[in-house]
Ligand binder design. Structure first.
Ligand code: FE2
Ligand code: FE2
Length: 186
């Protein structure tokens, strides 16, 4: 099964108002802010689409409020991939798949990074396997799109600001549509 553009729109329309667990933003606000930060950093369409869609797995697999407090790792980074793979390229899928491991990597390589994480991100870090070892960092950085995943992760961490102005849902759906269309002619 593939998610169409309309399916993605419906997911955000239906569930976008849910709180992003443990953060002062909704799921939709978090997605829009992630997309906006990617655009401000001059990311290409693929990476803006990845930033906007990186947590869509939460909307496909609702776990209620703050699952980390119940010791649950929802594995949301993987959840949407089977639905997106038929319609989007690896340049979108891989940064989404790797955005949790990117946090584990940044904690290992960037001294200031851990201190920037929200309490919920710290709680989930342990459930997700904790900070990478040196070997795990090296293996991660070898992966295609690892750099994109690290960039995405840093926008992700900042996309939790109350009442930040961003472009709207349709703007990011247009970008996703453009990426889908390019993929279709490949
Ligand atoms: Fe996430
Ligand atoms: Fe996120």
């Amino acid at each position: 099964m593939a998610l169409s553009l309309n399916d993605i729109r419906s997911l955000f329309e239906q569930y976008g108002n849910l709180a992003y667990s443990g953060e002062p933003v909704t799921q939709l606000e978090h997605a829009l802010q992630s997309g906006a930060l990617a655009e401000e950093a001059d990311a290409d369409d693929d990476l803006v689409a990845a930033a906007f869609l990186h947590d869509v797995g939460h909307l496909l697999n609702l776990q209620g409020d703050t699952p980390t407090q119940r010791g649950i790792d929802d594995l949301h980074q993987y959840f949407a991939l089977p639905f997106l793979r038929p319609v989007l390229p690896d340049a979108v899928l891989e940064p989404i798949r790797l955005h949790v491991d990117a946090k584990r990597c940044l904690c290992a390589i960037d001294d200031g990074y851990f201190g920037l994480l929200s309490p919920d991100s710290v709680r989930s870090l342990e459930l997700q396997g904790g900070v990478f070892s040196k070997e795990e960092v090296a293996a991660f950085l070898q992966k295609p799109h690892a750099e994109d995943a690290l960039r995405l992760r840093q926008w992700d961490d900042r996309a939790k600001e109350e009442n930040r102005a961003t472009p709207g849902l349709e703007h990011y759906l247009e970008i996703v549509e453009r990426v889908m269309r390019n993929r279709a002619v490949d």
